[in-house]
Design a binder for this molecule. Sequence first.
Ligand code: HEM
Length: 396
Amino acid sequence: MATEFGVSELWDPVVRRDPHRFYDRVRATGRPVLQIDPAGNRFWVIAGHADVLEGLRHPAIGHEVHRRCPGGRQPAWHELSEVARIEARQLISLDPPDHTRLRGLVSGGFTARAVARLEPWISQLADRLVARARQQGRIDGIADLADPVPVNVIAELIGIPEPDRPQFRAWSAAIVSASIDSSAATLAFAAYLDELAARRRAVPADDLISQLVAHEEQGDRLDRDELVALVQLLLIAGQETTVDLISNGIRLLLTHPDQWQALRDDPLLAAAVVEETLRFRGPVEIVPPRFALEDVEIAGGRIPAFDRVGLSLWGANRDPTVFDRPHVFDIHRTDVRKHIAFGHGIHFCLGAHLARLESRIMFERIAQQLPDLRLAVDPAVLDGFRLHHDGLPLEV
Ligand code: HEM
């Protein structure tokens, strides 16, 4: 097995077309592999299941590297623009103790039980989308089925009033696009949230904003930028990921006719489709990069302090020591629950129950109500598609 790697292979267009061969080679070396990222940073890739878990748990692999860098200093908050301040307070890029405090404030809203309350509401949304698709005949699986789900569900959970939702969707799209409009959208959304929070302070409702406002008032546990950052992250973290899961699940089913047939015969298999899609083609290839906060011995190698660490979920989820025939999409496999598509440890996906519920309901409804669904293009053509940009043409 070759162990020599090009310095920036991970970003090479040829490797991009099939990153799994790259991760197979990294895993086979039994150590972290050094790459140079497009910005010229040292970036260590780890791809074995046990090694990725070790990296996700490691207390000396984290985000707040500026606290440890010699001479590094955190800028005073007043030196930062409002957008930079909000970005710097994102839960996903904080270490304890700030991470622990902020996560504790929202985690109650995302437990399996809290999320199960949304099932009837999500089912109605799914029924509406599927009924509309049936009338259309030819649809785009992204725009017509996958895309409307997460943004509407999160709006419901946060407590965005119905009439404001079209505007909320527009901000969401702009923020997620990370384009020039994204900063403007962040500011407009922040101003909107200030207003909504003021309304909920006056008259609390049964929604997440009201809960957060209550925390803010009970003793300084949450400041205004943190509130905006939290709500914005909920919007961003669950949007493209869930759309990706639903659309890739549909694509994988329609390109594996025996499994599509199995789901139509037994729609209760929808939960298994969710899990196997997460394992086989999860929405997150590498978790947001961490840093070695000091020299770290890990995964059979040594990573010098302040280098970047890339923990590959795609690598872990196709590890042959954990999954039988890892490169085969099989909704009947019994080892699927060992996948780590939602991460692991303190940053484990807050929205995992919600994402599972949304996608399970969509796969169920599609199997029950759109049994003739098929691809409107050759599967070979689809291989070159970037689903989010090019869409998923389907016939109903
Ligand atoms: C964190 C995946 C949907 C909210 C994460 C992480 C992963 C992930 C891998 C860990 C990141 C890390 O370790 O740095 C996914 C996938 C989804 C999905 C595959 C859909 C299929 C959602 C949804 C929401 C959400 C629907 C919101 C309601 C979050 C938040 C975090 C997170 C807030 C940060 C948690 C923390 O830092 O403590 N997600 N996610 N995700 N996810 Fe998700």
